[in-house]
Design a protein around this ligand. Structure first.
Ligand SMILES: [Zn+2]
Length: 303
């Protein structure tokens, strides 16, 4: 087996493995950076994961912000989208200004933004776009709002028009929310079919439906975040024909990881993706180059 087939054994092996594919580095569309006190709350939530999710979830990269930036650099992540998301009204605007600032001060980070279904959301989105936001995050489960809410309709329209990608956590994993489910989010897509939508976690656990949406909406993508790792396989296993089905939509698969809030090494995600590439002749190294670099790079740099 070649190294590209098995993937990097540890984080230390990532840069050499990426170079062996002929890539200058990785582009990750789904990582998280948050203001310190918000990140501490998120980590406290994961400390209590057995109560929330029924499994232990030891955060692997629980480090000061500057060290986390350094870890991504040492892994050769050339560009990433640091995603923020509100869990209640009144937070989206200041989280967005924090994320825009983070994108301005960290060279590898693109400026990002978020939104919440609340009055004024259209202005928040318009102003974030004016300020150069190149990726949005919408968290339907944590936000517990309906993505079909009339309040959001103009915001989806602005995003579709701008061609700025929106990473949407709308699947039922790791726990269902009031408005999770790809059938719910599909209503947004059918109303805004030009939206550049990235189905976070490949729609986990509705993987088949996610691929159907990608096939039907040419601007819809999936990200790989936590998908196919041993941790996720124990709870939400991929269908057996996953690599074969990916082959039909290979150019719309994007590297995402959930760094730093993952209960395993970054390399673990890359091994999962490498195993799909090795399982179908139509994927192989071309698929890896697309998913790990070319496709996410196109989306993050295009706008
Ligand atoms: Zn995430």
């Amino acid at each position: 087996m070649t190294s590209s087939a098995t993937g990097p054994a540890t984080d230390a092996d990532v840069p050499a493995w990426v170079r062996s594919l002929g890539l200058p580095g990785l582009v990750d569309i789904h990582v998280h950076f948050l203001p310190d006190r918000v990140m501490r709350k998120v980590w406290a939530y994961f400390d209590d994961a057995s109560r929330h999710y029924g499994v232990e979830w030891p955060v692997a990269y629980r480090l000061p912000e500057s060290n986390r930036i350094e870890v991504l650099r040492s892994l050769g992540v050339l560009r990433y989208a640091p995603l923020v998301y509100p869990h209640k009204p009144g937070m989206a605007e200041w989280l967005t200004s924090w994320a825009l600032d983070f994108g301005a001060r960290v060279p590898e980070a693109v400026p990002t933004a978020t939104l919440y279904a609340e009055p004024g959301v259209t202005d928040v989105v318009a102003s974030a776009l004016d300020s150069g936001a190149r990726c949005f995050k919408v968290h339907v489960q944590v936000g517990a709002f309906d993505p079909r809410d009339d309040l959001l309709d103009p915001a989806w329209g602005l995003l579709a028009e701008a061609g700025v990608p929106v990473v949407v956590h709308c699947g039922h994993g790791p726990v269902p929310g009031d408005y999770t489910g790809l059938d719910v989010f599909e209503k947004v897509l059918s109303r805004h079919p030009r939206l550049t939508a990235v189905l976070a976690h490949a729609g986990m656990p509705e993987f088949d439906t996610a691929l159907d949406l990608v096939a039907r909406y040419p601007r819809t993508y999936i990200d790989t975040t936590m998908v196919g790792t041993p941790f996720s396989e124990a709870m939400n296993p991929l269908p057996g024909d996953w690599p074969a089905r990916l082959a039909d939509v290979a150019d719309r698969v994007l590297l995402g990881t959930d760094f730093p809030n993952i209960p395993y090494e970054y390399a673990t995600q890359l091994r999962a993706i490498a195993s799909w590439a090795a399982a179908d002749d139509r994927l192989g190294d071309d698929f890896l180059r697309s998913a790990l670099h070319d496709a996410p790079s196109r989306l993050l740099d295009a706008n």
